[in-house]
Design a protein around this ligand. Sequence first.
Ligand code: 4AD
Ligand code: MG
Length: 461
Amino acid sequence: MDRVDIRKVLEQGKAGDDVVVAGWVKSIRESKSVGFLHLNDGSTFDSVQVLLHEGLPNRAEILKLITGASLKVKGKLVASQGKGQSIELQPDAVEVLGECDPSSPVQKAGTSFEFLRSVAHMRPRTNTFGAVFRMRSELSFAVHEFFHQRGFVTCHSPILTTSDCEGAGAMFQVSTLDLEKPPRTKDGKIDWSKDFFSERCSLTVSGQLEAEILALSLGKVYTFGPTFRAENSNTPRHAAEFWMIEPEVAFADLKDNRDLAEAFVKHMLEHVFKNCARDLAFFDERIEKGLRAKMEAVAKAEFAVLEYTKAVEVLKTSGRKWEFPIEWGGDLQTEHERYLTEEYVKRPVFIINYPRTLKPFYMYCNDDQKTVACMDLLIPRVGELIGGSQREHRLDMLETRIRECGMDPENYRWYCDLRRYGTVPHAGFGLGFERMLLYCTGMENIRDVSLCPRVPGFAKF
Ligand code: 4AD
Ligand code: MG
């Protein structure tokens, strides 16, 4: 008989069905002469109750097992007398696959998230992390579903790159040179021409520039891949390795870009309501009270739009004491972002048209010559979820901006070619996948929605 997922047993099983399931013991108890164990295989939040009746030949051995042991159970579903489940499993045979040593770090309930980060290899066995990673998988599917439904082409941007998209100098270098004795040029500098790629190479900070290549042939594309940033930001919202979704659309302007971003976020929320109801109910009850209702309000709300210039005025006249005082030309800090979305508009808000000095070279320069046609989507609790812009598609202006940002247009010749040969207005954005997951789970720290988080000082597992 084939093994079935416990999810299927709980959703579709009827009294009288013969089934085989396998999983890990969540809990085990014996009261009076009855023994029960709860078995979970990760296919769903809930566990199936297995009745340890007197007729089981290895009953005594099973009752000695502890949470975490792995079992295979063959038996019949019966109507349950107890509370909490309509069906339970009456086994004919229970095979112990693996005992669990009492030193298991996820034995006890109530261990802190901080402790669990140090045992990230075991934490998916807990209720919380099981739910996080099931939701992560569903959200990932929702991303592909959204773009596929709209006729977008998937673009696999390279991970290794010689271009710096964001120009923030926060790239991890990739090299096969001998770090002890690197080859040197005559003037004593490291000779990158001797390196693997004959030039300096890094891990990508964004798949955007290469996505533009494909968008300017195929029209509508998106990337969904890992990106890497060597910025030393030790915050609950920053990781050194994170996943980003970056659509890029030809013949589109900033308004089209905003509309796409809003529809995309709402699609992901609807997918979660429909497909992650059980896990979401857990987050709602145990992680953030009222989470589902807040998400539903966002899914129905019209996202607000606020000019950067106006946002600065709002912040200056808010009567708040800011830790980081704000002036026109300065970047918005987390405290400002959260005030704008949580208190000023009380819903997601696109802040648009930032000063050009704050933003990367590729953003379209507005007629005022002072601002660029960009957007940051801020959402409650998380802050910046999306950053994007209309792209500078005018060759002369692009070259000006590249120089202005201290870079050499020669190094971006291929990128400028896309403007030289049949340029068109186009736009795109990047959504931080882990930030979306923080929003949908109520979790507070990006380290708790990544399987093996990479942050300054930590790359274990
Ligand atoms: O605003 P960012 O830097 O924009 C870009 O990289 C553009 N190239 C995107 C584009 O237009 N195609 O990053 C986009 C999003 C941010 O809004 C944030 O959600 C997330 O990526 N992000 C991070 N997430 C986790 N850890 C970090 N260190 C992040 N840096 C950015
Ligand atoms: Mg940004």
